[in-house]
Design a protein around this ligand. Sequence first.
Ligand SMILES: Cc1cc2nc3c(=O)[nH]c(=O)nc-3n(C[C@H](O)[C@H](O)[C@H](O)COP(=O)(O)OP(=O)(O)OC[C@H]3O[C@@H](n4cnc5c(N)ncnc54)[C@H](O)[C@@H]3O)c2cc1C
Length: 379
Amino acid sequence: MQFELDEQQRAIQDMAAQFAADKLAPHAAEWDRTSHFPVDVMREAAGLGFAGIYVREDVGGSALTRLDAALIFEALSRGCTSTASFISIHNMASWMIDMYGTEEQRRKYLPDLTSMKKIASYCLTEPGSGSDAASLRTKAVKDGDEYVLNGGKAFISGAGVSDIYVCMVRTGGEGAKGISCLIIEKDMPGVSFGADEKKMGWKSQPTRQVIFEDARVPAANLLGTEGQGFKIAMSGLDGGRLNIGACSLGTARGALETARTYMKEREQFGRPLADFQALQFKLADMATELEAARLLLLQAAVKVDAKTHDATMFAAMAKRFATDTGFRVANEALQIHGGYGYLNDYPLERHVRDLRVHQILEGTNEIMRVIIARELLKE
Ligand SMILES: Cc1cc2nc3c(=O)[nH]c(=O)nc-3n(C[C@H](O)[C@H](O)[C@H](O)COP(=O)(O)OP(=O)(O)OC[C@H]3O[C@@H](n4cnc5c(N)ncnc54)[C@H](O)[C@@H]3O)c2cc1C
């Protein structure tokens, strides 16, 4: 067991931190206010290898580890939580094509995705199926060398702008075994998008429904085999959950540091806030809980890299604990700022709004407990 990063890991972390400070942080408040999706800046991130972090090198990926990815997303989220989180979703969808795609599919799609010339979304949720994802109803019926799709996906990050939709559909009977995964292009006939959802946070990226009305997708775009879609979807989420957890930790670390500075500067009762023991203890607990969450997250990343039998459970534990802790820490940092924390002159209210959704998506934190408990009670 060793707790120090090696030289390469520190270099990757520094590069992501520098990018976050130069290219994301100066604009994050404005992107939040204007709901701007910074595609150009994400392409610059892709230039550093952040769009195909654990995709193989022959198609432009960086072939790094899940641990590297966690360090990258922790650092990027210090600049803009919402944009870093979208880059994570793009990475998840791209990895699914790399992992399960044929050579033809990999060569057709991944060079454009690893450079972010094209952007990818992940489509599992439907209006009627969220936590119970295996009950999804979007139907894909084979017609010659095409699938004909009817139904729709809800809450899809990047939808309307993304070029590629890695999408779970029903090709067989009920339950997980009837689900397949298709690579769907934005311009395929019968594909359209709902209105941009008005939401609490994650405002630098669009969220829309994806609608299929007799949409026609070549059968050659089946990822893996028929019936394998649910497994593909879940394996993508192991990594996605680590990344979202890392985005919570990075954002919360920034909030903690902002609060520490503020405690030294702000005076009440003739003394700096930093003199009040109640606030000192609050700060101590915030730092302690963040460290604990970070250790669990990095351990889970190592397990996902090593494909251990308990990797999925650890990814769920880490996602649950890191996103709950991240939200709590950011909320306490806002409290330390008093009324000023509630104003958008300071970044705290944005951090709280952005981190709230991490407890809901990529599987809610209740579903993380379902996964953990199922594993614990298996024997
Ligand atoms: C901003 C945003 C972006 C998103 N992006 C994407 C995306 O890109 N792609 C995608 O596929 N999805 C995306 N989602 C969807 C997200 O993954 C779902 O919202 C989430 O999985 C929960 O599903 P639901 O909203 O239908 O809630 P429901 O499943 O209806 O759950 C409602 C409540 O019941 C609880 N619950 C449900 N079942 C159980 C149970 N068995 N035990 C205990 N509690 C339970 C849940 O935890 C929750 O608190 C996004 C969501 C948001 C808000």
